[in-house]
Design a protein around this ligand. Sequence first.
Ligand code: ZN
Ligand code: ZN
Ligand code: ZN
Length: 148
Amino acid sequence: MQAIERFADFLSRNRLKMTRERRVILDQVLGTRGHFDVDQLLAGFRRAGHPVSRATLYRNLPRLIEAGIIHKLEMAHGQARYELMVGRHHHDHLICTDCGLILEFESHDVERIQDEVCRRRGFVMTGHTHQIRGHCAACAGRRRRRRG
Ligand SMILES: [Zn+2]
Ligand SMILES: [Zn+2]
Ligand SMILES: [Zn+2]
């Protein structure tokens, strides 16, 4: 299903309308690559000449997540990044809490073990988020040198 249809479908199931602002937010998200934050989206709205308030954006991000269009990454200090899920393969993340670097990974072993854990408990998985937080190679090296 296309992202637009998927979001329209989600909204109608929740008795919500595809307002102009929701459409602007969806278009901006669909046109943004990588792991973006709220400020990047707000700057994009301004560039496109369709300003959307921060409050409206924050109200609608959870709906895009629930509709399966974007995915939320929990960064250090309560910050968040988002990324587009539509048309992408499932992957998980390594997140550097020093510099904010995000590395993607796919591991068949990790996925298989998660499936196995669910199966053994009769748990029907509808999705998962696997994030490993820590220090990237460069930041870990800097920390080691600082310690001497
Ligand atoms: Zn995974
Ligand atoms: Zn780092
Ligand atoms: Zn990613």
